[in-house]
Design a protein around this ligand. Structure first.
Ligand SMILES: [Zn+2]
Length: 392
C-alpha cells in the first residue's frame, strides 16, 4: 500500500468532535490528512504530520469527508423533460408521472440501465459524493425489479428494494394483490441483491397497513426498513418508521407534533430531508430547524430521480437547506456527510478520522461554509474515493 499526505488544508471537517473544534464537525485549522491505501491513517495539524510516500499540497483549501447521499432512484430509462417543462410553465401535464418512467425502464436493456447508473454515480462523485444509495421501483415486476437491483449491486453497496414505489399499472384495480406480490415472489427475487427495503407511504401509493406489510416482510428476509414518509401530506409514515426501527424516514415535509416527537426520541431512525424535491416541484420545504431544535438526527440527500428531483448535487442541497430550511452551514455540512452515514448505518464513511475510508473532498475555498455561501459554483476541485483520486 502507498500512503499520501494531503497537507496545507486551511479548514478540515473531520466530523469527529474529539479531533477538533466546532462541536460535531471537529474542525482542524491548518491541517493535514494521511491516506494509507483505502483508509485514513492520520489526521491533525499540518506541522505535526508524519512522512508519507507522496505529498499533495492543498494550497489552503478546505477539506471534508466525501458526501454520503443516502437516497436516490437511479435505475431508470427515459427522461421526463416535458413533464418538468410543463410544470414550470404552469401547464397541466396529464401523462403518468412515475408510470412514464416505468414504461421506459421496462423497455431499457440491462446495458442501458448499467450505463445510466454509472453515469450518475460518476457525475455525483465529481461533485464530492463518495457513497450513494440507490433504489429499484421503476420495474414493478419480479423480473424487472430484480434485474435492476442486480445491476445496482454491481456498482454500489447501498442497494434498496422498492417494489412498493407505486402500485404497478397491471394491478390498478387490485392493489392488495400487488402488495402480495411485493411481499412474496418479488421480495424473494430481490432480497439477494439488496440491503434495504423501502415503501412510498402516501395517499395514492401505499397506506400505513400496506407499508407495514411491505417493511415487515422485507425485514423477515433480512432487509432493513427505510420509508418515504409524510412527503406530500400528513400520514402514518414517520411514526411507522420509528416504531419499526427503520434506518430513516425520508422527506418528512408534513409533520405533526407527534411525528417530530417520535423522531426526536428515536434511537435508530434518522430524518432524511430531500430539498431538491421541493425545489423541483415548487413545494413547501421541510422545516429542518424544527427537527433539529427538537433533537432529531437529520440527514440531507438528493433524491436524484427523473421526475421530482433530477439533481445529483449534494452542494446544491446544502445550499438550499441553509437558505430555505433554517439549517446553519455547519449543520447542513454535517447532515450531508455524517448524517447520511447515520441514515445508512455506516461508521466507516462520513468522517475523516483514523480508520475511516479514505473518501475526501477538497473545495476550491478556504472553508466548508462556502458550500452555502457560494451556491451553484463548482467548488469541488479534487476527490479521493477509497484513497484514489477521482477523474474530474
Ligand atoms: Zn425517493
Amino acid at each position: 500500500m502507498t500512503s499520501t499526505v494531503i497537507t496545507n488544508i486551511r479548514t478540515l471537517v473531520t466530523n469527529d468532535p474529539a479531533l477538533g473544534d466546532g462541536g460535531p464537525l471537529g474542525l482542524v485549522e491548518d491541517a493535514a490528512v494521511v491516506l494509507d491505501g483505502d483508509r485514513v491513517a492520520w489526521v491533525g495539524r499540518a506541522a505535526d504530520a508524519p512522512a508519507a510516500d507522496s505529498a499533495y499540497d492543498a494550497e489552503g483549501r478546505a477539506a471534508l469527508p466525501g458526501f454520503v447521499d443516502s437516497h436516490s432512484h437511479l435505475l431508470f430509462g427515459g427522461d421526463r423533460t416535458a413533464e418538468f417543462n410543463a410544470r414550470m410553465s404552469g401547464r397541466p401535464y396529464t401523462a403518468g408521472g412515475i408510470r412514464t418512467t416505468v414504461a421506459a425502464t421496462r423497455e431499457a436493456g440491462d446495458d442501458e440501465l448499467a450505463r445510466n447508473l454509472r453515469r450518475f454515480l460518476d457525475e455525483a462523485r465529481r461533485q464530492g459524493t463518495t457513497t450513494m444509495e440507490t433504489k429499484s421501483g421503476y420495474g414493478l415486476t419480479p423480473e424487472q425489479e430484480s434485474r435492476a437491483l442486480r445491476v445496482a449491486a454491481g456498482q454500489t453497496d447501498e442497494v434498496t428494494y422498492m417494489g412498493a414505489h407505486i402500485v404497478a399499472p397491471e394491478y390498478a384495480d387490485d392493489p392488495a394483490a400487488y402488495v402480495d406480490l411485493v411481499t412474496g415472489p418479488m421480495l424473494d427475487a430481490c432480497a439477494p441483491y439488496a440491503r434495504w427495503v423501502d415503501v412510498f407511504c402516501e395517499k395514492g401509493a401505499f397506506d400505513g397497513d400496506q407499508a407495514r406489510a411491505v417493511l415487515t416482510a422485507g425485514r423477515a428476509k433480512g432487509l432493513v426498513p427505510r420509508i418515504h414518509a409524510n412527503q406530500l401530506s400528513p400520514g402514518p409514515g414517520v411514526r411507522l418508521a420509528v416504531e419499526l426501527g427503520a434506518a430513516s424516514a425520508d422527506h418528512c415535509t408534513h409533520l405533526g407534533d407527534a411525528d417530530v416527537d417520535a423522531l426526536a426520541d428515536a434511537e435508530e431512525t434518522v430524518a432524511t430531508l430531500l430539498p431538491g424535491c421541493e425545489f423541483s416541484t415548487r413545494a413547501v420545504y421541510p422545516d429542518a430547524r424544527r427537527l433539529l431544535d427538537a433533537g432529531a438526527t437529520v440527514a440531507l440527500s438528493t433524491d436524484c430521480n427523473p421526475g421530482s428531483s433530477f439533481t445529483s448535487s449534494m452542494p446544491f442541497c446544502v445550499a438550499i437547506a441553509v437558505r430555505e430550511m433554517g439549517m446553519t452551514p455547519d449543520e447542513a455540512v454535517w447532515s450531508a456527510t455524517a448524517g447520511g452515514a447515520r441514515a445508512l448505518r455506516r461508521t466507516d464513511v462520513g468522517r475523516l478520522s483514523p480508520g475511516a475510508r479514505a473518501d475526501l473532498t477538497l473545495l476550491d475555498a478556504p472553508s466548508h461554509v462556502h458550500l452555502a455561501y457560494r451556491p451553484g459554483v463548482p467548488l469541488t476541485t479534487r476527490v479521493w474515493h477509497r484513497g484514489t483520486p477521482v477523474a474530474m
